[in-house]
Design a protein around this ligand. Structure first.
Ligand code: FES
Ligand code: FES
Length: 174
């Protein structure tokens, strides 16, 4: 009798809802399954949840570029990117460049002593990596299209460092 009731109950049960499979967001090659507010800006998730504080908060409105990260290899403003937009995508932050050797852009940055206060520099480096992935020999105009601000005015050194990084990458130091 009990088995019959169970069978009847099972027959009347609503079909199990299939949940869409959540794709992980890969951050610096590790998978994460964020379960918070899907509207949370990626910048908050990086800094406040994962404590990846190399990516900086500047303006919060997409104007300064301090929060620049790579999303699927392309420079993007983390302050304007909601978490729901990065499901299944690959994020690289400045911490993700860490390896046995410096990334050639970081090497060039050191050679040209680019940073002053340093606040904007993680974003500048990520923007430079994006540019060099698209243009192996960027012109001055190409570099000028990077819309990241530096209140210390390190633009001439950024320009020189990007040209130097292009040489290092052509030599195979990537
Ligand atoms: S903090 Fe994102 S662009 Fe300024
Ligand atoms: S080095 Fe100070 S804001 Fe760019």
């Amino acid at each position: 009798m009990k088995a019959g009731n169970e069978a009847a109950g099972a027959a009347n049960a609503a079909p199990a809802k299939t949940q869409p499979e959540q794709l992980p967001v890969r951050i610096n090659d590790k998978p994460y399954y964020p379960d918070g507010d899907p509207q949370m800006p990626l910048l908050w998730y990086l800094r406040d949840v994962l404590r990846l504080t190399g990516t900086k908060f500047g303006c919060g409105i997409g104007a300064c570029g301090a929060c620049t990260v790579l999303i699927d290899g392309k420079a993007a403003r983390a302050c304007l990117t909601p978490m729901q937009a990065v499901s299944g995508r690959a994020i690289t932050t400045i911490e993700g460049l860490e390896g046995a050797q410096l990334h050639p852009v970081q090497q060039a940055w050191l050679e040209h002593d680019v940073a002053q206060c340093g606040y904007c520099q993680a974003g500048q480096i990520m923007a430079a990596i994006d540019l060099l992935a698209r243009k192996r020999k960027p012109s001055d105009d190409d570099i000028g299209e990077i819309a990241n601000l530096c209140r210390c005015g390190t633009y001439p050194r950024i320009r020189s460092a990007i040209q130097r990084a292009a040489v290092l990458m052509a030599e195979g130091n990537s």
